[in-house]
Design a protein around this ligand. Structure first.
Ligand code: PSV
Ligand code: MN
Ligand code: MN
Length: 425
């Protein structure tokens, strides 16, 4: 199914008067409104190919129907999201969950929807049912057996090749390597072996490519993770070289970690590569961005805007912006629309912060004023700005409402059937 520009224009027409009333405050009274709208239009968030179906939990999965059955249908789903909000103009693939057998055709299909390929992700955290000689039960790039490490290195190089064929320009390496019990692993050897393996992958990166080293505090290993925090990720990335960066997945920290401070320091050091947006109450919950801790999301964007401006980085292209989500009880597409919307709002609010006043307050140790400046931006309703950016870019004033009005899920179910299984976690 596709959503035609006419359908979107009709929908917007129905809501235009109401929208204009809300926007009037911004256009009449806020000088920065136009700049914020333009920045929002440019800002694109990549959708992960593994988040288009119901993930479930390890206790069960309750499929919602109409889920994409292959890569083409996943691209079509991201195309739908992008048609609705014009802010999901990229897809991030996980290999081998999604292997493009005819990359040229896949690239063309994506281009028809206005999509490009963001970071490609390797997978050495599972054994594949076919064509895999060695098991990753005790790790991949850290493994004690050089043959296992070689297999994992070659897989990553293979993923780079797929990425090159699709026009991607980055590789995300997330490792589940670590240990489950004290004594199981020699930490120093695991670090050295992982570094050596990453170096071999790094050597295969094309010139303009980046490598993102994603860290995670725990799970599936519950005693130690070999890339367990931003410190170790930064260490690997620094030792690897200028093309290697740290990737921050918001759900990969120990409880109450100050993620915005981590982001500020990584960015300041020129070593922040990209994001996996999601939200969590407990661990790697992969819930909708902004659904649990919206203030944290805003504070992260506040550091991003500040740090990127300090380094003269283009907000839209300077870092890899990706969602990493899993769905248990919601329609995956609706959830992704909510996530993109929450990210756009946090970004818009961060753009509102009066940075000169904030710095003044900081320099004079006016704690209350500094706090108020941030809270003031966070408490501002920026929804009209986000709606206007979506509309001007050709999307819907309210993507979620249009999704429901058009019965998109019902249509997908009639096209694809009720019992579909999307690949991936
Ligand atoms: C691991 O928890 C992770 O965040 C990594 O990014 C993986 O690629 C993804 O989730 C798999 O779902
Ligand atoms: Mn992730
Ligand atoms: Mn995760």
């Amino acid at each position: 199914m596709t959503l035609s520009p006419d359908t979107i224009a009709d929908f917007n027409g129905q809501h235009l008067d109401n929208h204009r009333r809300k926007l009037a405050y911004w256009t009449d009274e806020v000088g920065a409104a136009e700049t914020i709208i333009e920045k929002l239009i440019a800002f694109q968030i990549a959708i992960p190919s593994w988040a288009l179906g119901t993930g479930g939990t390890r206790f069960g999965r309750f499929g919602g129907g109409g889920e994409p059955r292959n890569l083409d249908e996943k691209i079509a789903d991201v195309g739908l999201l992008h048609a609705l909000n014009r802010s999901s103009g990229a897809i991030s693939l996980h290999i081998p969950w999604d292997i493009p057998t005819d990359p040229e055709a896949t690239k063309q299909l994506a281009a028809q929807y206005g999509l490009r390929f963001d970071a490609v992700n390797s997978n050495t955290f599972q054994d594949q049912p076919t064509g895999q000689e060695h098991s990753y039960k005790f790790g991949s790039l850290q493994h004690t057996d050089a043959a296992v490490r070689r297999q994992a290195i070659e897989h990553n190089i293979e993923v780079i090749r797929h990425g090159v064929a699709l026009g991607s320009d980055s590789l995300t390496v997330w490792l589940s390597d670590g240990s489950c019990f004290p004594g199981q692993l020699n930490f120093r050897k695991a670090f050295d072996r992982t570094l050596d393996s990453l170096q071999q992958i790094y050597a295969a990166l094309p010139d303009a490519w980046k490598m993102f080293v994603e860290y995670k505090a725990f799970e599936p290993n519950f005693y130690s993770m070999t890339v367990g925090d931003w410190g170790s990720s930064l260490l690997y990335a620094t030792k690897l070289g200028p093309k290697a960066y740290t990737l921050v997945d918001l759900g990969h920290h120990l409880p109450n970690a100050n993620i915005e401070q981590i982001v500020a320091i990584l960015l300041h050091e020129g070593k922040l590569g990209g994001f996996h947006f999601n939200d969590s109450k407990y661990g790697d919950d992969d819930l909708t961005a902004g659904s649990i801790k919206p203030y944290q999301l805003f504070l992260i964007f506040n550091e991003l805007v500040d740090g990127m401006d300090a380094r003269n980085m283009n907000h839209a292209t300077g870092l890899g912006w990706m969602i990493d989500a899993s769905h248990n009880v919601k329609d995956p597409l609706e959830d992704l629309l909510q996530s993109v919307d929450a990210i756009q709002m946090a970004y818009a609010q961060a753009l509102l912060v009066d940075r000169t006043a904030l710095e003044e307050a900081r320099e004079t140790n006016d704690v209350v004023r500094a706090q108020e400046i941030l809270q003031d931006a966070f408490r501002t309703d920026v929804r009209p700005l986000v709606a206007e950016a979506n509309r001007r870019a050709g999307g819907a004033l309210n993507p979620l409402a249009l999704f429901r009005q058009q019965n998109v899920r019902q249509q997908l179910i009639s096209e694809r059937g009720l019992k579909t299984v999307a690949t991936g976690l």
